[in-house]
Design a protein around this ligand. Structure first.
Ligand code: MN
Length: 411
């Protein structure tokens, strides 16, 4: 049997505020065309279909179109990642099953509930799956929430052991093959720096020895395509495009897996174009001129060294790189101290000074439509949410969703 494994599409992703939709479109077109050529028995997407909870409907529509095309080629299984909207997965699953699309937002395979995919060669695939389990929200997944005390590694190992037991019960190894699909960070995997930092910390690192001993383990979460650490045959399929500069230069791919009872699994990465490249240029204007053709239509961060201050530098860079998307231009004047005026994401460590500066700024400009303390509270929540890598949460939002008829009647 053959399985095509892709992952981490991150629809709705932006890089330096620029949409990556055309890059993802290109990659999805390529993935669909590979799937048409290969005609696999199953397709697995191991999570992070969308980048965040507020992705536009247009971007979700693109993802749905691509999945519908894949579903027409072979049954397609999507396992929820840490960036996905778990509730959305629930209703997508109901609609999707009509079109051979399975959206998994809770562990599958513990109690004989694995997915069964018949192969054209007469063999059958049993698929167990483990979506991303957040340390905060995963509580209801475990038998006894009172035992959930933060030992993530042990809990995930236990879940994987139970999925293994379920998957291998009554298995006929002469005609049945097993696949385990998951969105997890396994200790020893090579990070790109563009994965959501909080969900790739040691708190979230799982034991490679705990991966179920299946014929193929289809993993998502890490963006650089690579073999799984440990002894089980498996891959991180990786993201189909470089999502950020941490992934610049990585050869993106999709993995074609060939499975045959009693034989070792064959994993073959098929290279993807990967959309436009991400390039950091560092040199003089003359260097830039000579490299312009090479930079082409890339998304480019340019650091340009000049002898004297050039106020029109940014314009010159844009003219030289007319096909590229110039994200940022930094000028380094000879003899002056280099230093970035731009605050790079992740470099702000102390939030307090930023809030203090904002307070000073507010005092200077004053507020018109809301009291200053309310504006400060909103800003504090924005900064805290950014620092903790979560969506901001405002008490006032509950007014939009809660039932306030009683209060309304009273006033
Ligand atoms: Mn991801």
């Amino acid at each position: 049997m053959q399985v095509l494994h892709t992952s981490d599409w991150h629809a709705g992703r932006t890089t330096y505020n620029r949409s990556r939709a055309i890059d993802l479109d290109d990659a999805l077109t390529e993935i669909i065309s590979i799937a048409r050529d290969v005609r696999p028995d199953a397709i697995i997407n191991s999570g992070d279909l969308i980048d965040h909870s507020k992705v536009s409907h247009t971007e979700i529509e693109r993802v749905v179109d691509a999945l519908a095309e894949l579903g027409a080629i072979a049954p397609t299984i999507v396992v929820a990642g840490n960036h996905d909207n778990f509730s959305q997965m629930r209703y997508l699953d109901r609609l999707g099953r009509v079109n051979r699309l399975y959206f998994v937002n809770k562990p599958v395979g513990i109690s004989g509930d694995h997915l069964v995919i018949p192969g054209r060669d007469g063999n059958t695939l049993r698929v167990g799956a483990l979506p991303f389990v957040s340390a905060e929200r995963g509580v209801d997944i475990f038998d006894d929430p009172r035992q959930w005390a933060g030992d993530y590694r042990a809990r995930i190992a236990d879940l994987q052991a139970r999925i293994t037991a379920g998957l291998t019960a009554t298995l006929d190894p002469t005609r049945e093959l097993t696949v385990f699909a998951a969105h997890l960070h396994v200790t020893g995997a090579g990070l790109s720096g563009s994965e959501r930092a909080r969900h790739c910390s040691d708190d979230y690192a799982c034991d490679p020895a705990a991966i179920p001993p299946v014929d193929y383990a289809a993993f998502g979460h890490i963006h650089d395509p690579q073999d799984l650490p440990g002894a089980v045959p498996g891959r991180y399929a990786g993201s189909p495009i470089p999502l950020d500069f941490g992934e610049a230069g990585q050869q993106k791919s999709i993995t074609l897996v060939t499975l045959e009872p009693g034989k070792p699994t064959r994993c073959e990465p098929i290279a993807l174009r990967g959309g436009r490249s991400l390039i950091r240029f560092d040199g003089s204007l003359t260097d830039l001129q000579s490299q312009a053709a090479l930079i082409g239509d890339a998304l480019c961060l340019a650091t340009v060294h000049t002898d004297t201050h050039d106020p029109a530098l940014s314009q010159r860079v844009h003219e030289i790189l007319e096909r590229a998307t110039v994200l940022d231009v930094q000028q380094r004047v000879a003899g002056t101290r280099g230093g970035s005026l731009v605050v790079e994401p992740g470099t702000v460590t102390a939030q307090r000074p930023l809030l203090d500066s904002f307070s000073t700024y507010l005092q200077q400009i004053d507020t018109r439509t809301a009291p200053a303390d309310q504006v400060m509270a909103l800003m504090a929540e924005f900064l805290a949410a950014d620092h903790e890598d979560r969506d901001p949460c405002f008490a006032v939002e509950t007014l939009l969703t809660d039932d306030h008829t009683t209060e309304a009647a009273a006033t």
